[in-house]
Design a binder for this molecule. Structure first.
Ligand SMILES: Cc1ncc(COP(=O)(O)O)c(C=O)c1O
Length: 391
């Protein structure tokens, strides 16, 4: 159920693109968006006791701008940077509400998405009075399609997997002169994905600030989930610079069906996973690492994990049904994988051996990012109410 590998290529080297200084610019951009407020960092003291760690801190991204996921942080920052460049302005001069009046006509932004990124791009485009065309892979849930259309974007479901849908969006953008805002990179397409990952640093910056003000204090262990690794890389890059890479243990987790970062970690170079990439963790079902953030994951992660879907389902049930006195966190499949990982590491014989290797124990302050809420509400109920994907 759990595959765990220590990172043989750890160097602790930090990356300038994802420094604490770079995070200041992204946080300042997000702070001026109407309705901005840091999402809660929830402490679960009773669960920490139960699992044998000092503290568990969960960043609840279901509360992000009412969009039920963190992803808008990246899409909005990238749109802001694109518009700033287009208008020859500095990002600090971009005002979301008035930027459209400076353009002759709205730009068209396009992207491929498993759901959350496209929601963020559609929302940001609407906030800035621009247009968005969003492509989704075969089998995408109707709830996500409806959410994106409800934000005023065009949404097209393709008949291919996520990575092929990205290629299709790219091709359509080139043919129509649209601006591709993709949350992964490839050779020759790095600038926008870099801005997107920088946007995610706001979440980490808030979390560190919040932890510092809490008695639990700064994390000794940070568990991060990865699809292409754009979020994990941005957050880890920031934390490595802010806290010192050697001062905490970073553990990256993925679904077994799409564990490209796990395999890359073992190989020490980017490895793709192909096929249907089928997992309940829709946001993590990506088979090709993001080359912009891969070097950070290679240099600053301590361990990589590849886990079955039921691990994430277990995390959803734990977060949604807390011990008495702890707060509930509504966490979706891609959001809850790290809680499932922590639970298995601390409660199973197989897990404990790995936990020891990671130094996870009674002095550990564990930080998790519940990156989405119940973005697929029907499946959320099947898992949490009806017990689908039992351990
Ligand atoms: C909820 C959620 N968590 C995590 C991720 C992982 O992000 P990345 O693809 O940058 O690794 C995604 C990606 O869509 C997501 O939707």
């Amino acid at each position: 159920m759990l595959k765990v590998s220590k990172n043989p290529n750890y160097t602790g080297e930090v990356c300038e693109l994802f420094s604490k200084d770079a995070a200041q610019a992204t946080r300042a951009f997000h702070q001026q968006i109407e309705g901005y407020t840091p999402t809660p960092l929830v402490s679960l003291p009773n669960l920490a006791k139960q699992l044998g760690v000092k503290a568990i801190l969960v960043k609840d991204e279901s509360k992000r701008f009412g969009l039920n996921a963190f992803k808008v942080l990246g899409g909005s920052y990238a749109l802001g940077r694109v518009l700033a460049e287009h208008l020859n302005m500095d990002i600090s001069e971009i005002d979301l509400k008035t930027v459209a009046s400076k353009l002759e006509k709205p730009l068209v932004f396009t992207t491929a998405t498993a759901g959350n990124h496209g929601t963020g791009v559609a929302w940001a485009a609407r906030e800035m009075a621009q247009k968005a065309v969003v492509y989704m892979p075969a089998g995408s849930p109707q709830a996500s399609v409806d959410r994106i259309r409800g934000l005023g974007a065009e949404c097209i479901v393709t008949d291919v997997n996520y990575d092929d849908t990205v290629r299709l969006a790219n091709q359509t953008a080139e043919e129509n002169g649209w601006m591709l805002v993709q949350d992964t990179a490839w050779e020759g397409y790095e600038q926008i994905p870099t801005w997107i990952s920088q946007g995610y640093m706001t979440m980490a910056d808030e979390a560190v600030e919040q932890a510092e003000a809490m008695e639990e204090g700064l994390p000794t262990h940070v568990l991060l989930q990865a699809g292409v690794g754009a979020m994990a890389g941005g957050v880890l890059g920031f934390l490595a610079d802010r806290l010192g890479a050697d001062n905490f243990n970073a553990i990256i987790g993925e679904p077994a069906a799409a564990d490209c970062i796990y395999r890359s970690g073992l190989a020490g170079e980017m490895v793709n996973v192909t096929g249907s990439l089928s997992s309940i963790m829709a946001g993590l079902a990506c088979g090709e690492p993001n080359p912009v953030t891969w070097p950070i994951l290679r240099d600053c992660s301590h361990s990589f994990m590849s886990v079955e879907d039921k691990v994430a389902a277990t995390g959803m049930r734990i977060l949604g049904n807390p011990l008495k006195g702890d707060e509930a966190v509504i966490s979706g499949e891609s959001g809850a994988i790290t809680m499932g990982m922590l639970y298995l590491l601390m409660t199973t014989e197989e897990g404990r051996a790995h936990a020891e290797m990671m130094g996870l124990g009674e002095d550990s302050v564990v930080m998790l990012f519940s990156t989405e809420g119940d973005t697929n509400p029907a499946r959320y109920r099947r898992i949490v109410w009806e017990g689908e994907q039992a351990l």
